[in-house]
Design a protein around this ligand. Structure first.
Ligand SMILES: Nc1ncnc2c1ncn2[C@@H]1O[C@H](COP(=O)(O)OP(=O)(O)OP(=O)(O)O)[C@@H](O)[C@H]1O
Ligand SMILES: [Mg+2]
Length: 219
């Protein structure tokens, strides 16, 4: 894989359009972006930037962040009081279906809090394999790559790979993405390898500092 260095962020890429069985027209290609890396590496900063870019490109489309660590102010960030992420996702799916599945962006921040590397069942499996049918773009963000199910890795068109400090996390990535990418992982915070899976290219990028500093960031 060719790695280039960029000061600007890579383009979203151009996967082939999929057929939208609800409208009967060609749909734009809904995409999943997977962000993985060590605590404090800059992942949520990239999420924030990705949301801003999405809102510029798709003005008016709803954006929601499943947000167990309260990184985004409500109503953007949500977390069910009972901590049942799968229950929340099921209700989200049903409520959207009643409204004809309007195109939108779903962000799963800090997903290692509610996913495990085991093959997901039920609504999470449905999301990872069928987000195009839900008419959603998805951003999936996790500190621990080994907690991201293989089906989610395989469904992602864009990967943002930050520094990985855990040996097992690096081994899991090597097993799923090949040792070459792991060799190219950044060794410092705020840098990430942006991989366009369809094009087979990767670009070294840098995050931007977040506008809001929360207590957990003062380290
Ligand atoms: N390029 C940068 N230069 C300086 N600070 C930065 C840069 N990018 C991000 N930061 C800051 O670093 C801190 C940690 O970033 P962020 O919250 O995005 O990390 P994270 O990987 O999501 O952490 P966690 O795993 O704890 O959720 C934030 O205060 C953020 O604003
Ligand atoms: Mg974060």
């Amino acid at each position: 894989m060719t790695t280039t260095t960029a000061t600007t962020k890579g383009a979203a890429g151009s996967a082939a359009a999929t057929f939208d069985e609800q409208s009967g027209k060609e749909a734009r290609p809904y995409r999943m972006m997977l962000i993985m890396g060590a605590p404090g590496a800059g992942k949520t900063s990239l999420v924030e930037e990705t949301i801003a870019r999405y809102q510029q490109l798709h003005r008016g489309n709803p954006v929601v962040v499943l947000d167990p660590n309260a990184q985004f102010a409500p109503p953007l960030g949500v977390w069910p009081p009972d901590g049942d992420a799968a229950g929340w996702l099921q209700r989200f799916k049903e409520e959207r279906a009643k409204r004809g599945n309007p195109p939108g962006l779903l962000v799963l921040d800090d997903a290692d809090k509610y996913l495990t590397g085991a093959p997901p069942r039920g609504v999470f499996r449905d999301l990872f394999t069928s987000f195009r049918h839900w008419r959603l773009d998805v951003v999936l963000n996790s500190r621990r790559s080994q907690d991201i199910p293989k089906v989610a890795i395989a469904s992602s068109q864009t990967l943002a790979l930050f520094i990985h400090r855990e040996l097992y996390g690096r081994q899991y990535l090597a097993a799923n993405l090949g040792p070459e990418l792991v060799k190219d992982l950044p060794k410092e915070r705020f840098k990430y390898l942006r991989v366009d899976v369809d094009a087979g290219t990767s670009t070294l990028c840098t995050t931007k500092q977040r506008a809001v500093v929360v207590a957990a960031d003062r380290r």
